[in-house]
Structures are given as C-alpha cells and as structure tokens.
Write a protein that binds this ligand. Structure first.
Ligand code: GUN
Length: 293
C-alpha cells in the first residue's frame, strides 16, 4: 500500500507557482490577485478561507478577503460580485460556500464573470469542462487528477466508482475521469443515496472516489484488493482528545481499508491540500489571462 501524500505534493506545486510568479514579476508583469468573499463565521469556511489566503502568500499572489456578517442581503452580495467583476486589479475571485439560506448560491455563482470564476462553478466553465474546452476546472476534482498524474496511477480502461453527485465534486469528477485523455479514459459509475447496488459497484471498482460526506462510509468489505481509494470527506467529528474539539474524518474507514489498497489518500493531508493548490493554479492562469482574455 502506498500513501498518497497530498500535503507534500501541494507544497511542491506552491513552490513551482512561486517560481513562475517571480519570473512574471522580474519581467515587469502583474502579480496575480485573488479575492475571496466570506459570509458569516462557519468554522469550516473560516479554516478553508484562511488556508487560501495563506497559500496566496506562499505563491506570491496578492489576496483580498472581503467579509460579511450572515445577515448580509443577496442584493449587497450581488453588488460586491459586480464590483469585483469590473475591478481590473482582481484577476479571479471566489465566494466561499455554503451561503446562508436566504441567499441563492446559484444566483451568486451565475453573477460571477466566468472569466474570473477561478472556482470553476459558473455554468459556462462547467459546460466547457464537460465538452473538453479550456476552462477553470473546479478545485477538488482538479486536485485529484493532479494526484493521479503525479503518482502515475493508471486510469485508462479502469472502472472508476464515484460516491456522491455534488456539483462541486461528484459530477465534475465523473466528467473528468471519462475525458478522452490521461488522467481519464476510465469507465465511470456514479453512486448516490438512491443507488441500489452501491456495495457491488464499489467491490468491482479499480478506483473509488468517495465524496459523500459520511464519515467512515467505505468499509473494507466494499473494496477490491489492489484498488486505488481517494477520500474527499472532511467531516468534523467531535473528539474531546483534540484541542479543537473535533477530528477531521474522511468518508473511508482508513485503518480497515488501507491494507487492501494499492494507493490511498489520508484525511487530513490527502485531497484537502490539493484543493487549495488547484485554486492557486487557477489564479495563476487568471493572472496570466491564459484561458480567457
Ligand atoms: N466550499 C467547499 N468547497 C468549496 C470550494 O472549493 N470553493 C468555494 N467557493 N466554496 C467551497
């Protein structure tokens, strides 16, 4: 069994980005600028956004954090999105999800100029990704592809089972694993809460990508000997032995499943750091106007 060290790969990629930014600056170019909008004080969102701001610093990017209390109106938030769309200094921006119930996430996402949508959530980017056109690919699926690539994991002709059908992970992951190039060319199955044959699908899988948000869902008996298991779960499970009071727990029962795998990602330190670094890669592309003018 080989552990996929997302943390180490992410550190390496951030150094690669920082080197490129230094070259851009040395040639008189503009420092890439990422803005992030954070609404409210959700613990997970606070942690992720802080990590994104920190990663910007490591990569040599400019970052701006725009905060609102959770009673911000949809109109106020939309006005800020329109302002960032027009701000020539901002290359790309994100609105951290989830948003409070009274705000339509879809309306906010669709208001973002797709040329600055470094999260890759706008329907134009999702659509372009689906048909294999240049676009911003959403961070978690792109981070997983990067791990498969860097560990030279074979995907061509493999049976890949994706657990979860979210717009952020499951659906784009399926599109990418079936794309006509490496990493991809896999035979893809998506399982979700209404799937009747989930266990047998998993048992037959060469690659399992678990993104359902249910701690320890994937058990040893569901995994084929030699399978590759990618764990996207990051649920905060109460743990009184931790200073924070919780333990980040993946969707895979790691201790039981790991011995059967050829490769497996840990939680934390697997997919999580790669998600942030993928956003940094998209920000670099935005700064270089490499995808859209
Ligand atoms: N919430 C969970 N993951 C993400 C992400 O990748 N981007 C944004 N904006 N919000 C999220």
């Amino acid at each position: 069994m080989k552990l996929i060290d997302g943390k180490a790969i992410a550190e390496q990629i951030k150094l690669e980005i920082a080197t490129e930014v230094n070259h851009i600056i040395a040639k008189g170019g503009k420092r890439p600028h990422l803005a992030a909008i954070l609404v409210g004080h959700d613990g997970g969102s606070e942690t992720y956004v802080a990590a994104k701001v920190k990663a910007c610093e490591v990569c040599g990017f400019k970052s701006s954090l725009i905060r609102y209390e959770s009673d911000v109106t949809e109109e106020e938030l939309l006005a800020k999105v329109y302002e960032l769309n027009k701000d020539n200094d901002v290359d790309g921006f994100i609105v951290q999800l989830p948003l409070p119930k009274h705000i339509s996430e879809q309306k906010i996402i669709e208001a973002i100029d797709y040329r600055k949508d470094v999260d890759g959530f706008h329907p134009i980017n999702v659509g372009r990704m689906a048909i294999g056109l240049p676009c911003y690919v959403s961070a978690t699926p792109n981070g997983i592809l990067e791990l498969l690539k860097r560990y030279q994991i074979e995907t061509t002709g493999k049976k890949c089972v994706i657990l979860g059908r979210s717009n952020i992970v499951g659906k784009p992951m399926a599109m990418l694993m079936m794309q006509k190039k490496y990493p991809g060319d896999a035979t893809v199955t998506i399982c979700h809460s209404h799937s009747t044959n989930l266990i047998n699908e998993c048992k037959a899988a060469d690659i399992i990508i678990a993104a359902l948000g249910q701690p320890n869902f994937v058990k040893e008996y569901m995994v084929k000997e030699g399978a590759v298991v990618i764990d996207v779960g990051t649920t905060r499970v109460p743990d009184s032995t931790k200073k924070s009071g919780f333990k980040l727990t993946g969707d895979v029962d790691f201790n039981a499943v790991a011995p059967k795998c050829s490769y497996i990602t840990p939680v934390p330190g697997g997919v999580g750091p790669m998600t942030i670094v993928s956003l940094m890669k998209n920000t670099l592309l935005a700064g270089k106007k490499a995808i859209y003018q």
